[in-house]
Ligand binder design. Structure first.
Ligand code: IDP
Ligand code: MG
Length: 140
């Protein structure tokens, strides 16, 4: 990692994995010019998900979120590049896939399936502190 670079944790969530969209998400990351520093497929366990989503504990979508995220394989990537945290969040689009703008991952590929949790294909860290914390959880 160069001095100017930063790292973010990207997860292709179980809905994206099941729908065969992992390659499409990784393609967009690479096309943007970011680097895939680490990559793995694994089914997220509840213990690490609880740490990862600690900020959402107690919210109505928290339990459905843990159910959904542990429902099957996901792809974890450490992505590197100058301003990649902000840049990947822009590529991902708004949290609600129905409202996410066309051109974004969630806007192009996601929709509301009527579930309690938004199945919105990807996760991306929201700050350098979150990125380092989350990378520590999944790539310890
Ligand atoms: P983000 O993924 O865009 O950063 P967060 O607010 O951190 O969004 O929420 C984490 C995840 O929890 C979202 O990606 C989505 O899957 C789910 N989620 C967030 N808000 C809601 C909601 O209001 N209803 C259902 N699911 C939600
Ligand atoms: Mg978030």
């Amino acid at each position: 990692m160069t001095a100017q670079s930063e790292r973010t944790l990207v997860i292709v969530k179980p809905d994206g994995y099941r729908r065969g969209l992992t390659g499409e998400v990784l393609r967009r990351i690479e096309a943007k010019g970011y680097v895939l520093a680490e990559l793995k497929v694994a089914t997220p366990d509840r213990e690490r998900l609880a740490k990862h989503y600690a900020e959402h504990e107690g919210k109505p979508f928290y339990q459905p979120l843990l159910e959904f995220m542990s429902s099957g394989p996901a792809t974890f990537a450490v992505v590197e590049g100058h301003r990649c945290i902000e840049g990947f969040r822009a590529l991902a689009g708004a949290t609600d896939p129905t409202a996410a703008l066309p051109g974004t991952i969630r806007g192009d590929l996601g929709r509301d399936w009527g579930e309690k949790v938004q199945a919105n294909i990807v996760h991306g860290s929201d700050s350098p502190e979150s990125a380092e914390r989350e990378i520590g959880i999944w790539f310890a």
